[in-house]
Design a protein around this ligand. Structure first.
Ligand code: GLN
Ligand code: ZN
Length: 768
């Protein structure tokens, strides 16, 4: 009989209990025993929720105090020297130190002076979850150093649960890490690491564990041959160790690794059929006759209710061929979705009927397994009917399908994505109109979000502050920002974004087709959670979103005021997107909505408009073969939203990273007049991309790191800009920080900008 299992459950808790407990602990308000008790309660509650939903084999090891990769680093003893105390076993303090850094007074985030900096944080594959990058030294040793997994197994067994520990596999773990101190290939560490897995498997077997899930998501990436070879070696060794092993892959198809994955000497394989349904028939043919095949048919990355009929169609065939060797699960760990839809008390019933969060997804998996066994079971039939009804109403709802939006999409012509003239001509007109000095200075948009600003926004939302009073509070912030920028001598000003809570949510709230949950939190990293807006229908902009604020700001100064918008790709990437139409269509709808705003800003006399695309690069598919298609539609969406204006209106874009080497052509194809980017942390590394590609338009390589309170001095910024000027002609360079300033305080912001303007003046004097 097909078994219903789960690869992982969100750990933060329905009401973000883990976040709250962690933060209380870090503040010294909750002791370690109290924190551990919260963890225990959450695990117990989550197992029960999954079991009640019908999951037969429950994951353990999916709980983490901060991050599951970090837990593995502790388990393997991969603890960088700076966090080690001699002779002592690691403690929870060690773990939090690795995650957050240790400052000298031990109470705050990582600091530079006297403290120890945290491990690097980076994106988990193509998700918005961030993990802590393991740091390997050339002489790295591995030893079993952390008991958490075994303790949690005992805890779950004592509660009477059937458990399947989830481990990150040795190849994926090494792949995710970085070598520190000297160049060496981390794959060389494999031989030392594998024995620790042997030990873990023996310990688990000793506790009575039968199946272990070993996550090797890198099997869905383009792998170098050496890594492919290492898979066979590794699992040949692990084959001798106890426990039955299920290799879990997700986020993309196995493609060229399919034969490799199917043939590994383990007892089962999980594949993601949501992201890569096409691998289904092939895998049936390649799978050895003794192996379990776990099919991920319920989307673990999105919040939509499954189409159970469609899933069943596929599963019936698999079931006929595999019988009891067929297992069912969500496509990946449910870490990426909110906990429980039942908690949403303010969503209307129809919208709610379209959605499924982690608990509901478990129930979907369970009902599919049951449907294979007992198709006539009344509960199965009811679930199928409900799924069908949701699909039917989504297919026809007038809340979703908007003829006006579709007509506009159909009417898009190539010229809509092209500025009237090429950059060379536009720039002449823009120069004549804006009359900016060489090395013009600007900032990225936001200014410090003070408690007063947040309080005003909250009071307004809660209905405790009138529209007039709120407007005046924001106007006063704008006046303050403008006056200061004029005093500082900046050239292109910003209004400061005081009215915005978040660069996506602010716009999403004003677009038709977006909905918002109250409790739809997902973990981003550690205790940080995000609540993505969800796109449920065709998108449009009923009325201007920013024009009044920007017009007001422009009225306070004669200098050019930048209009500030979030671009279509970023809006899409940081939302839960629709699954009933392709992403590129949603990007185009967003582009048209934002295009209207761009045009309205121009009509209101705004001469410079910035369209942020912070998430442009992170949309890249995991497999290189998918890159070009993505880059084509993403670039096109940006151009569509930016091209409704006249030549003399200057379009800026901003991106928060500098790993441009492999996408620089597409960045250029966006054809923004000016791009501002992160470069200060990488010491202008970005400019490497320019060695082989001549970036044609204007560019502001960020001269100081806004992520730190440190105030950079003028000489340092001058040095960075001179470095840039060796690659890009001075007339095309801008001087700006590397991102928005909303997380900074005013004092350090002012001090840094004084130095930045002084640096620009020095550059003008020296390089003009
Ligand atoms: N305009 C935004 C700001 O300054 C850009 C933020 C970002 O790129 N993440 O806050
Ligand atoms: Zn940024």
């Amino acid at each position: 009989m097909a078994l219903a299992h789960n690869l992982g459950f969100p750990r933060i808790g329905r009401d973000r209990e883990l976040k709250k407990a962690l933060e209380a602990h870090w503040q010294g308000e909750l002791d370690e025993a109290g924190l551990r008790a919260v963890g225990r309660e959450l695990r117990a509650a989550h197992w029960q929720l999954q079991k009640d939903a019908g999951i037969e084999l429950l994951p353990v090891g999916d709980f983490a105090w901060y991050d599951q990769v970090l837990t593995h680093s502790l388990m393997f003893g991969v603890i960088p020297e700076r966090f080690r105390r001699h002779g002592a076993q690691p403690t929870l303090d060690t773990l939090f130190g690795m995650a957050r850094g240790v400052s000298r007074n031990k109470s705050s985030q990582n600091s530079c002076c006297g403290g120890v900096h945290a491990q690097e944080l980076t994106k988990w594959f193509d998700s918005n979850y961030h993990y802590l990058v393991p740091e390997f030294s050339a002489d790295q040793q591995f030893s079993l150093s952390w008991e958490q997994l075994f303790e949690e197994v005992e805890e779950g067994l004592a509660l009477g649960h059937a458990l399947k520990p989830a481990l990150i596999g040795p190849l994926t773990y090494l792949w995710l890490g970085k070598c520190k101190g000297g160049e060496f290939d981390r794959l060389e560490l494999l031989e030392r690491l594998v024995p620790v897995y042997g030990e873990i498997l023996q310990r688990l077997a000793g506790l009575g564990i039968d199946w272990v899930q070993i996550d090797e998501p890198i099997l869905a990436l383009d792998l170098p041959q050496t890594w492919k070879n290492a898979f066979e070696r590794t699992y040949n060794l692990l084959q001798r160790e106890p426990c039955r092993k299920l290799i879990a892959t997700y986020f993309a198809g196995l493609e060229d690794n399919l034969g490799l994955a199917a043939g590994l000497p383990v007892d089962g394989l999980h594949i993601d059929l949501v992201r890569a349904p096409e691998q289904f028939p092939a895998i049936l043919d390649r799978l050895p006759a003794y192996k379990v095949l776990s099919l991920g048919v319920v989307d673990g990355r999105n919040i939509w209710r499954s189409d159970l009929d469609q899933a069943l169609g596929l599963l019936r065939e698999a079931h006929e061929r595999l019988g009891a060797r067929l297992w069912l699960a969500p496509s990946c760990s449910l870490l990426h979705v909110p906990v429980d839809l039942r908690r949403e008390d303010r969503l209307d019933a129809e919208l709610k009927s379209w959605l499924a969060f982690a608990v509901q997804k478990c129930a979907e998996v369970a009902v599919l397994a049951r449907a294979l066994r007992e198709p006539q079971d009344p509960e199965v039939r009811a679930a199928l009917l409900a799924s069908r009804a949701a699909r039917g109403s989504r297919a026809s709802s007038s809340r979703i399908h908007k003829p006006a939006v579709q007509e506009r999409l159909a009417a898009i012509r190539p010229e809509h994505s092209r500025r009237p003239s090429p950059f060379a001509e536009r720039s002449v007109r823009q120069r004549a109109r804006l009359r900016l000095p060489l090395f013009p200075t600007t900032t990225i948009g936001s200014f410090p979000q003070t408690p007063a600003i947040r309080l005003a926004r909250q009071a307004f939302r809660a209905g405790k502050l009138s529209v007039a009073a709120y407007t005046e509070a924001m106007h006063s912030e704008i006046r303050h920002a403008v006056t200061l920028q004029e005093q500082l001598g900046l050239d292109v000003l910003v209004h400061g974004e005081a009215e915005r809570n978040d660069m996506v949510e602010y716009f999403a709230e004003q677009l038709d087709g977006y909905a918002f949950t109250r409790f739809g939190w997902v973990q981003s990293y550690g205790s940080r959670c995000v609540k993505p807006a969800l796109i449920y229908g065709d998108l449009s902009r009923p009325r201007p979103m920013t024009v009044d604020w920007i017009r007001y700001a422009q009225g306070c100064t004669d200098k050019p005021m930048k209009g500030m918008l979030t671009g279509p790709v970023t809006m899409l990437m940081w939302s839960f997107a629709r699954d009933d139409i392709p992403r590129e269509q949603q990007a185009r709808q967003l582009a048209l909505a934002i295009r209207d705003e761009v045009v309205d800003l121009e009509a209101a006399g705004i001469r410079v408009i910035q369209i942020d695309e912070a998430a442009f690069r992170e949309g890249l598919p995991l497999r290189k073969a998918g890159w070009q298609h993505y880059l084509d539609w993403a670039t096109e969406a940006f151009r569509l939203c930016a091209s409704g204006v006249r030549d003399e209106t200057q379009i800026h874009t901003h991106m928060c990273y500098s790993e441009f080497n492999d996408v620089i052509e597409s960045i250029a194809a966006m054809d923004a007049d000016v791009i501002t980017i992160e470069t200060s942390r990488s010491d202008m590394q970005l400019l490497e991309a320019f060695e082989r590609f001549d970036y044609p338009n204007e560019i502001g390589p960020g001269v100081y790191d806004i992520h730190s309170p440190r105030v950079p001095d003028r000489a340092e910024m001058v040095r960075l800009m001179k470095k840039a000027a060796r690659r890009v002609p001075a007339e095309r360079l801008w001087v700006n920080p590397d991102c928005g300033l909303k997380t900074r305080g005013w004092a350090e912001t002012e001090a840094a900008l004084v130095n930045m303007v002084a640096a620009a003046r020095q550059l003008r004097a020296e390089l003009a």
